[in-house]
Design a protein around this ligand. Structure first.
Ligand code: ZN
Length: 217
């Protein structure tokens, strides 16, 4: 068996009417990391194969305030749209994942180094003594197991996330790209994700050929 399972005491469930539709929400307190996370569920997902899933790391600046230095908010939006279009899926929103797990204060410190010293998203973390990525995807695996999802089509550009979910016992049938157009504000971040973290971002080549700041920003 894979680590601890969620129990009913860890979870509260209710319907949530949103502008996009009515989801089933599961708020859950993870028994390992202690954070309170959220899963939004659309349609029947139990015992289903190839369920469309986004495992989204909290980014308060991007998700809530639409910051343009990262693409988190746009990815959240695109993932929810895709789930609604399909009529079935799960979005797991993981707390405690700010700045790939270093926390909000540390993340904003990395922004200072990025803006003033020109460091990228990787070096600005390591210079401060933080690991490049300390996120634990175990809570997402536990809630997907609780929902009895058979296998997932994971919306992500990050093969490491696929491997992490598999390591936590989730069958990943395929990875579904979640490509957000580059703009002048996020291009350095996206390029570093591609070149230094190995994310699959093939659309960036086309962006640099066409020039940034063009239509679509
Ligand atoms: Zn972000």
């Amino acid at each position: 068996m894979h680590d601890l399972a969620l129990t009913r005491e860890d979870i509260a469930e209710a319907d949530l009417v949103t502008r996009r539709g009515t989801f089933r929400t599961l708020a859950f307190r993870d028994p390992v990391d202690g954070h309170e996370h959220l899963a939004l569920v659309l349609g029947e997902v139990g015992m289903r194969e190839g369920v469309l899933v986004r495992v989204h790391s909290e980014c308060v600046t991007g998700d809530i305030f639409a910051a343009m230095r990262c693409e988190c908010g746009d990815q959240l939006d695109a993932a929810l749209k895709a789930i609604v279009r399909e009529g079935r899926g799960v979005l797991v929103y993981l707390r405690g994942h700010e700045g790939r797990g270093i926390g909000l204060v540390a993340k904003v410190r990395t922004h200072v180094l990025q803006d003033e010293e020109g460091l990228d998203t990787v070096d600005s973390a390591t210079v401060l003594g933080f690991p490049v990525d300390r996120r634990d995807f175990g809570p997402a695996a536990r809630v997907l197991r609780y929902l009895r999802v058979g296998s997932v089509r994971l919306m992500s550009n990050n093969n490491d996330k696929v491997h992490a979910m598999e390591a936590h016992g989730i069958a990943v049938a395929s990875r579904v790209p979640l490509l957000i157009p580059a703009n002048d504000h996020n291009i350095r971040y996206l390029t570093a994700k591609r070149d230094r973290l190995g994310h699959e971002l093939p659309h960036l080549d086309a962006s640099s050929r066409n020039g940034l700041g063009a239509a679509g920003d």
